[in-house]
Design a protein around this ligand. Structure first.
Ligand SMILES: *[C@@H]1O[C@H](CO)[C@@H](O)[C@H](O)[C@H]1NC(C)=O
Ligand SMILES: *[C@@H]1O[C@H](CO)[C@@H](O)[C@H](O)[C@H]1NC(C)=O
Ligand SMILES: *[C@@H]1O[C@H](CO)[C@@H](O)[C@H](O)[C@H]1NC(C)=O
Ligand SMILES: *[C@@H]1O[C@H](CO)[C@@H](O)[C@H](O)[C@H]1NC(C)=O
Length: 553
């Protein structure tokens, strides 16, 4: 009887969904020199953090060139909260306790700046940082949950006007949302954090609010199967425009579609199935290769169906995300795609004079098209050598993590030491080109142009330098069982949450076409554009200095 049932279960799950394997390669062998690189990363972290403490403690970011600070995240000390989980992982107990002490006194009842509060940024950095630190420390400091609850309660008015999709910004002083359109990254990247808050408070409201927003977005008719449009209006609940991208403004909505079912083991295939559909459509419609080097990238599709042959540092999270999801679904073709994306993203680092990648890049597609104004002679020369060109106005590096994040997944999933070598090369480039010389400032800083250090440093040390870049690098060189991808799920700010034992399978194994949208064939024709450059992403600190605008993340 029992055996027959078991056989039936196995037979039926074989039809519907393939059993998941572990995400990490169980036979990873860390070479001896990894310890040296790990120490180098830790030194970069400690030097950056010491500079932050000296010139900016309690403020959001250090400005390493002017040796001062900025408060772009409402002045609640974003760098400290964002650094906490990394401090714990690096075993910096004293600094960790000091950060917990600071966090326990943050006043979330008001904004300390004239700015409204981004629900998305505050969720991924503050909620994520506080709750991850709580879990990593063995639930030693209940005050971290108390603080997470305080900030989430203030943010919850984003849902208070009868809307299922949250407004993107809230005035904390008056507890009122800003009525404005949002995007799917802002509205769909709350689920891991708010579900974790529910887990530790017992209040089911947090999780329900965040989950219902994702359910709503996944239930709308998208421009392409599984691929939601970027813009969304919380008031009407409808998409705004039809831009499809894996880059900023959309990115982490897709990221969480597969991470949410893994973190919660929710008994509902909607999330994993929508993710698998998005991946399937991307392979058919968005995947392109460059004429030189055969680099794989996922193009964007514009409002009018035009394909844009660009990609970005932000989008490069997709490689690691596809490796993670491909493993959970035991789907080798998704894993293989992920590895090719990771290679193409790494190529943007390997090709520059600094060995550091830029914000956005363009390709000449093997279909004969490209996006943007006519390329200059030097773009063409660069392209013929490297298979991509630096997107005009996007030559900067803002201490972003995504390429090294995907490289970390690639190492843990495959065990191929080439990924360790890449991480070591990036660490060396950071030491050489991002360390601010004493006569110019302190700590580490981003670059205005990764091809030309003469353009100087960007005067802002983003908190994700601590939360993401240096954590992913450090863990790449650390014992693979430390923060195993089979035991922890990283939020989009690289704060790990403790995951339950994995389910036998994720998703139904079917590809439901969302209502009204036919599943496209791989040979679907598309239009390409030349002309004005598209928007890529927005960074407040860069406004006015560079031409890229829009996106929102
Ligand atoms: C909130 O109040 C504080 C303290 O009065 C003030 O400094 C800040 O500018 C205000 N922020 C907003 C968004 O009203
Ligand atoms: C749960 O959290 C919501 C959102 O902040 C709040 O409105 C509600 O009162 C809380 N419920 C309980 C039982 O504490
Ligand atoms: C693997 O995933 C791809 C893309 O989602 C899909 O087209 C393919 O059918 C899947 N393969 C299996 C065996 O499920
Ligand atoms: C490339 O773009 C041009 C103009 O934008 C268009 O006429 C042409 O059909 C496109 N080629 C392909 C293969 O899509």
């Amino acid at each position: 009887m029992f055996l027959r049932q078991l056989a039936l279960i196995i037979a039926s799950s074989a039809v519907l969904a393939v059993l998941a394997g572990p995400v990490q390669n169980p036979h990873l062998v860390l070479p001896r020199d990894a310890a040296v690189h790990k120490q180098a990363v830790q030194n970069i972290f400690l030097e950056s953090y010491a500079a932050y403490k000296e010139f900016a403690f309690g403020h959001d970011d250090l400005t390493p060139i002017s040796k001062s600070f900025t408060d772009g995240r409402n002045g609640w000390g974003a760098s400290i909260v964002d650094a906490m989980s990394t401090l714990h992982i690096m075993g910096q107990d004293k600094l960790f306790e000091e950060a917990v002490e600071f966090a326990s006194k943050i006043d979330f009842s008001i904004s300390h700046t004239p700015d409204t509060t981004s629900v998305f940024e505050t969720t991924i950095r503050f909620l994520g940082g506080l709750l991850s630190a709580f879990e990593l420390s063995g639930e030693k400091h209940p005050v971290l949950v108390q603080k997470a609850k305080e900030v989430a309660d203030k943010m919850s008015v984003a849902f208070s006007l009868g809307n299922t999709v949250p407004y993107g910004f809230v005035n904390f002083n008056t507890s009122t949302p800003t009525i404005a359109t949002s995007n799917i990254a802002e509205a769909g990247t709350l689920s891991l954090e708010w579900a974790t808050l529910t887990k530790h408070t017992g209040n089911a409201t947090y999780r329900r609010l965040a989950e219902n927003s994702v359910r709503h977005i996944a239930g709308l008719t998208p421009p392409l199967p599984g691929l939601a449009a970027q813009g969304i209006d919380p008031t009407s609940g409808n998409f705004v425009g039809a831009l499809v991208t894996w880059g900023g403004g959309s990115d982490s909505y897709f990221e969480y579609l597969i991470k949410y079912p893994r973190l919660t083991n929710i008994n509902d295939d909607l999330f994993a199935d929508t993710w698998a559909t998005a991946v399937d459509t991307s392979m058919r419609v968005l995947a392109r290769t460059s004429t030189v080097g055969n680099h794989l990238y996922l193009a964007d599709q514009d409002d009018d169906g035009t394909i844009r042959h660009i990609s970005s540092h932000l989008a490069c999270f997709h490689a690691g995300n596809w490796l993670f999801g491909g493993k959970l679904m035991n789907n080798q073709s998704i894993v293989d795609f992920g590895l090719r994306l990771a290679d193409a993203c790494w190529n943007t680092y390997a090709s520059t004079t600094t060995g550091i990648g830029m914000e956005a890049f363009g390709f000449f597609s093997s279909d004969g098209n490209f996006t943007g104004a006519n390329p200059t002679a030097s773009d063409l020369a660069f392209y013929s050598q490297h298979g991509f060109f630096l997107f005009p106005g996007s030559e900067f590096y803002l201490l972003r993590p995504e390429v090294l994040e995907s490289n970390f997944y690639a190492w843990r999933v495959t065990g191929d030491v080439k990924f360790l070598e890449r991480a070591a090369a990036a660490t060396a480039s950071f030491e050489r080109f991002l360390k601010v010389p004493k006569e110019e400032g302190v700590g580490f800083a981003g670059l205005w142009n990764v091809e030309d250090t003469g353009e100087g440093f960007i005067d802002d040390m983003e908190s994700f330098w601590f939360a993401e870049v240096l954590k992913y690098l450090y863990l790449t060189f650390d014992d693979p069982e430390h923060i195993s991808l089979d035991e922890w799920v990283f939020n989009t700010e690289a704060h790990p949450f403790k995951a339950p034992t994995a389910k036998p399978s994720y998703g139904s194994g079917a590809f439901p076409s969302p209502k009204g949208v036919p599943r496209p064939s791989s040979s679907q024709p598309f239009r390409s554009q030349s002309g004005t450059l598209p928007q890529v992403s927005v960074e407040p600190v860069l406004e006015g200095r560079v031409r890229v605008r829009g996106g929102g993340v």
